[in-house]
Ligand binder design. Structure first.
Ligand SMILES: Nc1nc2c(c(=O)[nH]1)N(C=O)[C@@H](CNc1ccc(C(=O)N[C@@H](CCC(=O)O)C(=O)O)cc1)CN2
Ligand SMILES: Nc1ncnc2c1ncn2[C@@H]1O[C@H](COP(=O)(O)OP(=O)(O)OP(=O)(O)O)[C@@H](O)[C@H]1O
Length: 229
């Protein structure tokens, strides 16, 4: 295609087809290969300057056929960083929040959502008789680093998600809230499998490109000038 940008409808079709193709490719990757790649990503992530500098990190609990985050979650807790996890509260793109997880055993007690992903409940039991609210990364802390899942990524740090707009909307909410609070914008790193790399992710105006994309055999950094770099 030369010159003209694709229409929103054409973009939506391209995205849907790309999701389908990459999901099919990723389903062919063996469990052993996912374990191998996940270990490589875990080690690379630990060396990233934005990870080392972060005291508050958002991560996610993997679904089957995704990079396995269990080792990374253990690392975050072991390092003393605070860790926040997604919770979906409705169908709209704005219905995702990040709530704190306290430990691997805390996570084990969480209920599962529609996609069988464990999600932090709104409160924590602090004794048999008492609960307190869980901390929210938007309102209760300044989140340093958001580690994100996705379906497909490109070398320009473009990211295609599951198609519900949850992460893009979350980033736009954090951007305006943190600007108001004069906090630095949260750093963004996507993690995934080598098989999720594509030549070009179709991007809408509401899609954020990320600071980094970290796959087992690739590390891409955004070319865009980063205000806090
Ligand atoms: N591990 C993980 N956690 C996450 C996400 C994610 O991508 N990965 N999310 C990122 O937003 C949020 C959950 N959102 C999701 C949104 C849509 C689908 C989804 O549409 N799944 C398809 C299955 C597609 C397939 O593999 O064929 C479905 O339900 O049909 C899954 C999760 C928050 N937690
Ligand atoms: N900042 C935003 N505000 C409102 N709606 C948004 C925003 N970002 C995305 N959306 C909407 O969410 C829907 C899905 O968007 P898109 O296909 O880009 O999702 P995605 O990038 O795959 O998902 P995610 O952001 O969860 O990873 C679209 O209808 C889009 O308009």
């Amino acid at each position: 295609m030369s010159g003209a940008l694709p229409s929103p409808v054409a973009l939506a079709v391209l995205k849907r087809e790309l999701r389908k193709a990459v999901r099919a490719r990723v389903k062919q990757v063996s469990e052993e290969e996912i374990r191998r790649q996940s270990e490589r990503v875990r080690l690379k992530l630990k060396e990233l300057p934005e990870y080392r500098a972060a005291t508050t990190v958002a991560l996610f609990i993997s679904m089957p056929h995704e990079i396995d985050t269990r080792g990374m979650i253990e690392d975050v807790f072991a390092s003393g960083k605070r860790c926040f996890f997604p919770v979906i509260t409705g169908q709209h793109s704005s219905d995702m929040a990040l709530r704190e997880g306290l430990s691997v055993s805390d996570i084990a007690s969480w209920p599962e959502n529609h996609w069988h992903i464990k999600e932090p409940p709104p409160t924590i039991a602090i004794s048999a008789a008492q609960v307190e609210p869980r901390q929210d990364a938007l309102t209760d802390v300044c989140l340093d680093l958001m580690i994100m899942p996705g379906v497909a990524f490109d070398a320009q740090c473009g990211r295609l998600g599951q198609g519900k707009g949850f992460y893009d909307k979350l980033l736009s909410t954090y951007q305006s809230a943190y600007a108001d609070l004069k906090y630095p914008m949260v750093r963004t790193v996507a993690i995934g499998l080598n098989e999720q790399l594509v030549p070009e992710v179709p991007m809408d105006p509401t899609d954020y490109s990320l600071d980094k994309v970290c796959l087992a055999d690739y590390l891409f950094e955004a070319a865009h000038a980063n205000p806090q770099a």
